[in-house]
Ligand binder design. Structure first.
Ligand SMILES: Cc1cc2nc3c(=O)[nH]c(=O)nc-3n(C[C@H](O)[C@H](O)[C@H](O)COP(=O)(O)OP(=O)(O)OC[C@H]3O[C@@H](n4cnc5c(N)ncnc54)[C@H](O)[C@@H]3O)c2cc1C
Length: 420
């Protein structure tokens, strides 16, 4: 079967890889000059099954209100966006009940564990490298309430195979000595030994090359203007390089999946939540951490990607505005320096590369994968803050679904029709 994949981010390229391995002829279409040029470009680099809980945890509404319009907050809701959030926003809050949160956490954790196994298998099969590191991930906490919440989520994730160990401050420093400067501030930490890290852009580029060798066609610098619909199926894609036709289509266009879907009469409950990252050279930072770190209360992460440090975080509800606001990027650095004061002396601020991207977040915090109401259109979108983590698992399940095979994990809970 000839399948056209819209989007060459990490989800589009992993889809193409597994579809091609399943024997399909695949064309990938993207408006950018290269693969992974948008949200998959400079993310936090964490393959974190440990972070599987959705963002709309119980109580998120109070967090949003507390930080409403505050430019220096890790979670920023711009008041002008409130009317635009409309249907999405109401459902985002509706799904923040404890029952929904627990269910979504389990679903995501199962998918994340499966995805990590898939990327390990891919490394073995292809030898692909992407500044990958298999050192686990450590989450740190400075107050008991945040630690208790994270332990609750960890217990749910553990049911799905995400192993963890709770540490007091002393044991956290013994495991990761670079935390020594803030030992007195730590209420505790949680270590997740099976998590990993790596550069999503490098991975997608390398996998794109392997896809090319396997016969996948890439049509870059090609913008899909419209999904052409006739009755209950798609007949083609109207692009600025002519109409592209295939037997079957996969929508993997990140946050833009929602407006593209809307043109074909589909409502995809995805909203773009902006985040920032900073990349800096790692050489010479003597006290650099060996284990990637998540500081959840301050919404920042740090990973060392070979010779680079990647710091990422913040969440901003600002619609499709992709402009880079330096003070938001500076906010990420400020938070990271609170944990690693020695970074301040090491950093050459002129060598910092800031970046921002739009996380495609669904109302229930679970990605959308599988069939759509249109007979020959499949969806692989809405992975939120977990797109890099989920990519291989989603690609594998998608290929099984399209090939009429039983996926290795339950897929019904990922389908669009779960929203009714
Ligand atoms: C600051 C930040 C930190 C993050 N950290 C992590 C992390 O540590 N771990 C993790 O698992 N996830 C992380 N994420 C999330 C992760 O990066 C995303 O979920 C993931 O990159 C989404 O991939 P995607 O392929 O769905 O979208 P994208 O990478 O955005 O790809 C979509 C593609 O579709 C193309 N496209 C869109 N519209 C059209 C059109 N009309 N025509 C043609 N092409 C089109 C775009 O050019 C783009 O290449 C982070 C995100 C951010 C912003």
């Amino acid at each position: 079967m000839h399948i056209a994949v819209i989007g060459a981010g990490v989800l589009g390229v992993t889809s193409a890889w597994y579809l091609s391995r399943a024997g399909h002829t695949v064309t990938v279409i993207d408006r950018a000059d290269g693969v992974a040029d948008e949200t998959s470009f400079a993310n936090g680099g964490l393959l974190h099954a440990s972070h599987a809980e959705p963002w709309n945890a119980p109580g998120v509404v109070w967090q949003l209100l507390r930080w409403l319009g505050r430019e220096d907050s890790p979670l920023l809701l711009r008041p002008a966006q409130i009317p635009r959030l409309a249907r999405w926003g109401v459902n985002f809050l509706r799904f923040s009940s404890p029952r929904h949160f627990d269910r979504a956490t389990r679903t995501n954790a199962r998918l994340a564990v499966y995805s990590l196994a898939a990327i390990r298998e891919l490394r073995q099969q292809t030898g692909i490298r992407y500044a990958d590191r298999q050192a686990g991930i450590i989450k740190i906490f400075r107050d008991q309430q945040s630690l208790d919440k994270a332990l609750h989520a960890s217990r749910l994730m553990d049911e799905m195979g995400v192993r963890y160990s709770a540490l007091d401050g002393r044991r956290a420093v013994a495991l990761e000595p670079s935390l020594g400067d803030i030992a007195h501030e730590l209420t505790g930490a949680i270590f997740y030994p099976d998590d990993e890290s790596g550069d999503a852009h490098l991975f997608t580029r390398e996998l794109g090359r392997l896809c090319g060798e396997a016969g996948v066609e890439f049509r870059l610098r090609t913008t899909v203007r419209q999904l052409l619909r006739n009755g209950d199926s798609l007949t083609g894609l109207d692009t600025d390089n002519g109409v592209i036709r295939a037997d079957c289509y996969v929508l993997a266009a990140g946050s833009y999946s929602a407006p593209l879907g809307r043109q074909a009469g589909l409502y995809l409950p995805i909203y773009p939540v902006k985040g920032y990252s900073l990349t800096a050279p790692a050489q010479g930072w003597r006290n650099q951490p060996q284990i990637p770190l998540i500081d959840d209360a301050n919404k920042v992460v740090l990973a060392v990607l070979d010779d680079r440090i990647r710091m990422a975080g913040t969440a901003e509800f600002a619609g499709f505005d992709t402009s880079l606001r330096q003070h938001r990027a500076d906010g990420v650095l400020r938070q990271v320096v609170k944990t690693f004061p020695s970074l301040e002396e090491h950093l050459d601020r002129n060598a910092l590369t800031p970046w921002c991207g739009l996380r495609p977040i669904t109302t229930d915090g679970v990605p959308i994968l599988g069939p759509s109401p249109l007979r020959n259109l499949y969806l692989n979108c809405g992975p939120g803050h977990l797109g890099w983590t989920f990519a291989c698992g989603l690609g594998k399940v998608l290929a099984a679904t399209i090939s009429d095979e039983a996926p290795d994990i339950p897929a019904a809970e990922l389908r669009l029709d779960r929203f009714g």
